[in-house]
Design a protein around this ligand. Sequence first.
Ligand code: HEM
Length: 260
Amino acid sequence: MANDENAPRSDGTAPGDALGGPVALRPRHHWIVRVTHWVNVVALTVMVGSGLRIFVAYPKFARKGETFCCWPAAGVHVPHWMMFGGWLAGARNWHFAAMWLLVVNGLVYLGFVYLHGEWRDLVPRRGQLRDAWEMTRYYLFVRRDHPRQGKHNALQRATYFLMPLAGILAVLTGLAIWKPVSLGALTWLFGGYVWARWWHFVAMAVLVVLSVVHVFMIFAVDPYSLRSMTTGGYSEALSPEARNARPFYHLLPRWAGGRR
Ligand code: HEM
């Protein structure tokens, strides 16, 4: 909730640095969440880029002489700028190095949000589907006022909950195709080597899509939260709820406090 210093002004504007006034900031993200978030961005970028380079060395799922039912993108060209690591062996080295970073970093993040109780802001709660539907209606201009939310809206909660799940699937399927003999049981669980490789690709695609939507929404709806993910502070007076903000709509602080 906004405190007095941070409350919207009577003329409908909010105190904020964009208006030249002081901003009352409340701590929003612990430094462990901030550090692990940005380490994750680097690790994931390296993993996706090097993973695509490894994939392009054999860009299909069917073994030689066999067919595979479920790969609609056969023959699709992966642009060079999306790949990382130089050549197959180099990309494998990068992929495995970044894997350790991603796993350790992910365990620190998940351990922290569990022990610190912040998982409550992230896991789906009762009425999640209804709340997500209301947010969708709001973004589609069907609903006029921003639904009430806690730290994150229902669509964000769903995204932030799915991201670690997709990350865990990526790591487990990655292990299954890295050590298909010594971890044979795991490979078998995913339906064998070919399917484990396919699930690995799907997990990566889910992570990429969620991340692209996430970054788009941060810049289009709540760029003020970038500060909360860097220095930790957040002005509730500039929250999407206070601005009644949709993507690219009521982006500026002058809308804060208004329900137009
Ligand atoms: C350049 C890329 C990215 C930018 C600029 C960015 C920015 C942000 C910002 C500003 C927040 C805070 C939102 C808020 O407080 O309401 C946030 C939260 C979050 N981001 Fe990102 N992000 C990026 C990439 C990623 C990626 C690649 C992932 C994971 C695949 C990710 C996962 C998350 C999660 C899980 C949270 C919620 C953290 C929590 O509350 O515990 N982000 N991001």
